[in-house]
Design a protein. Structure first.
Length: 114
């Protein structure tokens, strides 16, 4: 079992930055990929960014050049630095960890005002 705790969301104006953090505990040795997903009201959950244990990253086209995912392995944490935020980035952001199954954090709300 893996437990994930998300933090760092909030209300910001367009153009500002936020940094999300996710702390993993439990069977962390089994984690391969960690990442962030988001779900806006009335929309499906979508991938934002992922990072492997080796440091390879993948980003959604909508956030490339603005968001940066990073990872610490001891303790196991994943971060999402979000710059140049727009109202379209408003969503609940969920941390994700993939081991034998996928685990999810509780979500953290990000609201960007225009």
């Amino acid at each position: 079992q893996v437990q994930l705790v998300d933090s760092g969301g909030g209300l910001v104006q367009a153009g500002r930055s936020l940094r999300l953090a996710c702390a993993a505990s439990g069977s962390i040795f089994s984690i391969n990929i960690m990442g962030w997903y988001r779900q806006a009201p009335g929309k499906q959950r979508e991938l934002v960014a992922t990072i492997t244990s080796g440091g390879s990253t993948n980003y959604a086209d909508s956030v490339k050049g603005r968001f940066t995912i990073s990872r610490d392995n001891a303790p196991t944490r994943v971060y999402l630095q979000m710059n140049s935020l727009t109202p379209e980035d408003t969503a609940v952001y969920y941390c994700n960890a993939v081991a034998r199954v996928a685990y999810w954090g509780q979500g953290t709300q990000v609201t960007v005002s225009s």
